[in-house]
Design a protein around this ligand. Structure first.
Ligand code: XIL
Length: 402
């Protein structure tokens, strides 16, 4: 019998998804939200700072992000229910062919109370994406930052049953509309400098403490595969450009593959700061390619932070870089444009990269306006008024002079 690789599966399913398979009636309003990966306290949905957007300036005639990279990979963005009917939704409709609901698919939004599932907010964003011909990335079936307390009550066996029921219910609900899932998010150790609390490559989260090992990762992938054998399943994490953290990621991926756990791909969040080396990002892609040739790779949450903050800023909002204000210096925008051009040159040269998503449309949409501290950030491809920034021009127009 012919064995389809994960890539074959995705290529087929991407075509099917583009046909707009199925759609349920949605409804429900906004609100909800989870908590950011780096700030300790839950972060409310990131409202755009009070800037009145003038009319959206369209990209140069004929050029969109999805058309520019059509031969390379899907171009996606995070989008939430408050944005789909506004300027960011208009831009997303034109520019992108993949959508990741920013928080609507997280457990603290879908099932904050045990046994009670509310899909309204997620259906609304997913149905909008499908109606506009977009592929949908499901993010994320398991994330310690968005796990309601009840999930982890009781014995590991009880936790396993609860997790399997949750994943089966969610994946089944979206079976005709979502064929790509971030099954687990941020499960790799973050002790990238001083050892890992002695618990191995796994992140020391409430999941690890409640289960006693990384076996919960296996459970999640197996439940997702059983719920939808056609879905393409990812392990997603940030800072994979750091060789120490990447080594732990590879150790976990190898462990899963050795156990026959059905993982199809690795998601690199790629939340960059100004001093991020693009060669390190290339190293992350190449390391996975070199060891796991059949795995698909996605860039899942790209943003290019305007600030390089010390750890104290992420831990306690102390020592954070000074706010640049609503209009960042041209030099900062130029450096960001060069970073974007260098990164996309790397990604276009690597066939295992099949999707690249930014984490938001307009600068004012970004979680980085509130995490790790509240200040104006400018990490995306469109400014607060919806105009393409130098970084947009740099990756879509080879003749654009930065
Ligand atoms: C963030 C969203 O952007 C916020 O709106 C939400 O309140 C919290 O989550 N890494 C992730 C994403 O994997 O899910 C996080 O998204 C950002 C960090």
């Amino acid at each position: 019998m012919m064995q389809f690789t994960a890539r074959d599966r995705l290529k087929f399913l991407t075509g099917a998804a583009a046909l707009g398979l199925g759609a349920c009636g949605g409804g429900g309003g906004g609100g909800g939200g989870g908590s950011s990966a780096s700030a300790p306290a839950p972060v409310a949905v990131t409202p755009t700072p009070p800037v009145t957007p003038p009319p959206v300036t369209p990209a140069p005639a004929g050029t969109t992000l999805q058309s520019a990279f059509n031969a390379n990979f899907k171009m996606g963005t995070a989008l939430n229910g408050q944005q789909i009917a506004g300027p960011s939704g208009d831009i997303a409709r034109d520019e992108f062919n993949s959508i990741t609901p920013e928080y609507e698919l997280k457990a603290n939004n879908i099932a904050p109370t045990q046994g009670v599932f509310n899909f309204d907010q997620a259906d609304r964003v997913v149905d909008w994406a499908i109606a506009n011909g977009k592929e949908v990335r499901g993010h994320a079936l398991l994330w310690h930052e968005a796990t309601p307390d009840y999930f982890l009550q009781g014995t590991p066996a009880q936790i396993r049953t609860r997790l399997e029921t949750y994943i089966t219910t969610v994946v089944d609900h979206f079976k005709d509309r979502i064929k790509i899932w971030d099954v687990v998010n941020e499960v790799v150790s973050v002790d990238i400098y001083n050892g890992n609390n002695g618990v191995g490559p796994d992140r020391d989260t409430a999941w690890l403490q409640a289960v006693g090992s990384g076996d919960y990762i296996d459970w999640a992938f197996r439940a997702a595969r059983a719920a939808d054998p056609d879905a393409v399943l990812f392990l997603n994490d940030y800072n994979t450009e750091n060789p120490i953290k990447r080594a732990w990621l590879i150790e976990i991926v190898q462990r899963l593959l050795d156990r026959g756990v059905p993982i199809d791909g690795v998601g690199h969040q790629f939340h960059f700061q100004p001093d991020t080396e693009i060669s390190a990002a290339a190293g992350a892609i190449d390391a996975v390619d070199g060891l796991f040739a059949g795995l698909i790779q996605h860039v899942t949450e790209l943003d290019m932070n305007m600030y390089s903050d010390p750890g104290t800023c992420w831990e306690s909002e102390t020592g954070c870089a000074a706010d640049l204000g609503a209009n960042p210096p041209a030099a900062n925008l130029a450096a960001q444009a060069q970073m974007a051009r260098d990164l996309f040159d790397v990604l276009k040269a690597r066939s295992s990269v099949e999707s690249v998503s930014v984490w938001g449309v307009r600068d004012g949409d970004s979680w980085l306006n509130f995490s790790p501290t509240e200040r104006f950030n400018h990490p995306l491809l469109f400014d607060r008024s919806g105009n393409p920034k130098p970084a947009y021009r740099a990756i879509t127009d080879p003749d654009y002079e930065i």
